[in-house]
Design a protein around this ligand. Sequence first.
Ligand code: GLN
Length: 395
Amino acid sequence: MNHDQTDHIPPHTQITAALVLADGTVFWGYGIGQEADVVGEVCFNTAMTGYQEILTDPSYAGQIITFTFPHIGNVGTNDEDIETSPEQNPGGAALGLIVREDITSPSNFRAGEHLDTWCRERGLTGISGIDTRRLTRYIRLNGAPNGVVSFNKAGKFDIPALVEKAKAWPGLNGMDLAKTVTCREPYSWDETRWTLEDGYGKQTSPKAHVVAIDYGVKRNILRCLASTGAKITVVPATTSAADVLALKPDGIFLSNGPGDPAATGEYAIPVIKELLDSGIPLFGICLGHQMLALAIGAKTVKMHQGHRGANHPVMDYNTNKVEITSMNHGFMVDKDSLPNNVKVSHISLFDQTLCGLELVDRPAFSVQHHPEASPGPQDSHYLFDRFMEMIEKHA
Ligand SMILES: NC(=O)CC[C@H](N)C(=O)O
């Protein structure tokens, strides 16, 4: 392939894109990916690595991501570092990206494509040349706004119409997106598992069967579950409790996912309640954590700006250890709404918000952060082992 950067970055003779916020604020820049208008919530992520994992995480459906790290795209893209594919989750993931610098030619032995080409192929639209520090400060002050990224090579923008478009977008509060991004049919995650214990090149036999409910699941979560010795069946978000139980799971997993947990949970909460009553060990991550909390009667609320980054310190009260975590959420469980049969297991050391809970009367626990990393630190990987230990104890 041709890595000549002049292919992708013509000298900027004119503006080709605009970011227009609902309050009329306009940022001018240069288009990335597909020429289109995308409208959604504008949020920011402070991670310095992992842009491909971030852009393909279905939890970002309905959102346009501002990367605070200025150099995005410099290691190109590949086919492995994606958290979902359009075939598996046709509902998509992030809508677009906002970056500081032009995307340079990829420089990495794993690079397959230029980020700009990859965005075009996946239907993502973005803008470069933005003062992302100014935008991030705006979001910190005002909360995550509705916005439109408009990419138009002719450089023609009807700003009042774009402001109206941003204003008319209903916002993530009350929006169910899990149904949109979930898989359409059940499938088994049969990634071959190799362990040192068994000798390189020998496949282990599964220790347990985990049914993962897909509200927008990231692939690395499935890989991490598999790495503990689980065979996994992934089922759509709207699967009934009876259908989950008919698969005879040893453990049930509630995945991450986009949108408002309270809206998404409308159909999922009764299912989760029934699954909890079955006494089968249950583990939830991020949206899955929020939905478990709703199922036991707690409440979720929208956060001012959310947590999105790869350096969020979290305290694990079980060990009194601090772990550095990857986060991506805009809603949270209200600590004060937890019923009595719950123990707070993790807390954010940035703002003391709830990051983990354990039921005291049933084998179920969940975390708000992302133990699968991708991108981010792997400090929290032990949670997958905790789940497997719970499953083995229960058996
Ligand atoms: N990563 C996730 O699962 C996100 C959960 C939820 N959509 C939120 O924004 O809080």
